[in-house]
Design a binder for this molecule. Structure first.
Ligand code: ADP
Ligand code: LRH
Length: 493
């Protein structure tokens, strides 16, 4: 093969994986060498990430990657979910387990921060949509804790993993943009926001750009993984969604993307942030992307809704298999009932089938009667939320979108992709499902000189090498208008 071997460590909220990619000489291939569940742990009333189990999964995955390549890797890159962090003491030791963004500790924190900096000023300065778990609100919740008092360093999750692999600390900028402490115009920290909300910016390691060198695997990591050094680690779009957007196989600029996994992140790629009051009210975010881009998008609950139902049914002794369940959902009555998949009421874990049923009752719609109807309600609701986000992104950015790309695990879900095409009234291109890993590998490979060019060139390599599925819009679009009206009490959506 012409390509050189790169490993992508991609930690999602539902699973972590180490993917081996060969890139260069016109080649781009990817295969999964190791996947492990990411199961949070509740202790003493606080929901934590099992960060050491995740690190072990990373090491085992790198060993597997080395097994496939005779111990040689041209590079490693790490991406993960956003906003969360670990704190280190003066010796570099981890202070406590990182807290999960779905933990309840941030309740009331937006109000507390709002007393110091009004929501409209915070938006104008950071461009970040209001999500209760943004890092600023987590830090407000941690204020006064002995851990924060002892902390000398704060590392976002992918930077923490990279630190353990290399001994070098940095703060990769795409993920830093999810802290709500960064100004998307300067792509640098906002001293003003940090001061106003009482965050000490010296906790953060220096900013890094995607493509920057991030050190080499430590001798102890080489020994544990059986890899032959030196193995460079490269900063990638360390926010998984930033890497996933690199991995969107778009032709040209007029596309919307939906990265669908645990979350659905739906929006467009821009060259400058949109910081208007209208944008704030529409709850659109300006996260930073690779190569100076802005990811202008909205968070939608995503397949979390279904994951939580599956977990609940299994715990109640009624385990459902995803394939047959989706087949039954495809046969269920379309748009029988829908919920607002953007509603933060669905963020916390637990009791999801009942919470979905309660939301249907509240809006005067029939409750789902079985798992198939619940799954159909979730998928119809996601498609409806995708449609609203794509329409708002077009309107607020002025970009004339003609195609919707669905990447992430949800790209496997043909029903969801077709419903999204139907709801948006636009053609949907589905795949790759592992867009984040591909984006991670492409940015490393480019830094190593194995591939060349801007995002357009990287995306044409994706189109030439990755299998994609096409969904044309079908059905009656007004049915979606009527369903949306049920959620807004008869108003327009
Ligand atoms: P994350 O990165 O947030 O952990 P993923 O991008 O891995 O999430 O997406 C996981 C979701 O993708 C699952 O919850 C599931 O709904 C969906 N998915 C994965 N594989 C399939 C499949 N073969 N068919 C249908 N859906 C799938
Ligand atoms: C998706 C994701 C998303 C964030 C959320 C916390 O994995 O990174 O972009 O909003 O996790």
């Amino acid at each position: 093969a012409a390509g050189r071997p790169f490993a992508a460590v991609d930690l999602g909220a539902s699973s972590g994986r180490v993917m081996l990619g060969y890139a260069g000489g016109g080649e781009l291939s990817l295969r999964e060498v190791y996947r492990f569940l990411n199961e949070p742990v509740r202790i003493g009333g606080t929901l934590h990430w099992d960060i050491l189990a995740l690190y072990r999964g990373v090491v085992e995955g790198l060993r597997e990657a080395g097994r496939a390549t005779g111990g040689r890797l041209a590079g490693v890159g790490v991406d993960s979910w956003a906003v969360d962090y670990g704190l280190l003491d003066a010796t570099g030791a981890l202070l406590g387990n990182p807290v999960h963004y779905r933990d309840g500790r941030t309740e009331g924190m937006a109000e507390r921060v709002g007393e110091r900096l009004a929501p409209d000023e915070l938006y104008a300065a950071t461009g970040l949509q209001h999500l209760p778990f943004n890092t600023v609100f987590q830090l407000a919740a941690a204020q006064g804790s002995p851990q924060l008092a002892a902390a000398q360093r704060l590392l976002l999750i992918p930077d923490l993993i990279a630190y353990w692999l290399t001994g070098e600390a940095g703060t990769e900028v795409t993920n830093a943009s999810t802290t709500q402490l960064l100004d998307p115009r300067t792509r640098d920290w906002s001293e003003r926001v940090a001061k106003a909300v009482g965050v000490d910016l010296s906790l953060f390691a220096p900013l890094r750009q995607p493509g920057d060198p991030a050190g080499h695997l430590l001798p102890e990591v080489l020994a544990e993984t059986g890899l032959t050094g030196p193995v460079p680690v490269t900063a990638v779009g360390s926010h998984d969604t930033a890497s996933a957007v690199v991995g969107v196989p778009a032709d040209g600029e007029r596309f919307a993307y939906i990265a669908t996994g645990t979350w659905s992140l739906a929006g467009v790629e821009l060259t400058a942030p949109v910081l208007t009051e209208e944008s704030r009210r529409a709850n659109f975010t300006n996260e930073l992307g690779v190569d100076g881009t802005v990811r202008y998008l909205r968070n939608i609950m995503g397949l979390w809704l279904l994951q939580e139902c599956l977990r609940e049914w299994a715990a109640a002794g009624d385990p459902q298999e995803l394939g047959p369940l989706l087949a039954a959902a495809a046969r269920a009555t379309p748009l029988r009932s829908v919920v607002d998949a953007g509603d933060p009421e669905f963020i916390a874990p637990g009791g999801m089938p009942e919470r979905i049923a309660a939301a249907c009752r509240r809006t005067g719609q029939p409750e789902p009667r079985d798992p198939a109807e619940t799954a159909r309600c979730v998928l119809d609701s996601l498609a409806l939320a995708h449609r609203a986000a794509v329409a708002d992104a077009r309107r607020l950015s002025g970009l004339a979108v003609n195609t919707v790309h669905i990447v992430g695990g949800g790209a496997h879900n043909e029903l969801l992709c077709q419903l999204t095409a139907d709801a948006c009234g636009l053609p949907v291109v589905a795949g790759p499902a592992e867009a984040a890993a591909l984006g991670n590998i492409l940015v490393q490979a480019r830094a190593a000189g194995a591939v060349r060019g801007g995002l357009g060139a990287l995306r044409s390599l994706l189109r030439a090498t990755q299998p994609l599925r096409h969904h044309e819009p079908s059905g009656d679009r007004t049915a979606w208008d009527r369903a949306a009206a049920r959620l807004t009490g008869g108003g327009k959506d």
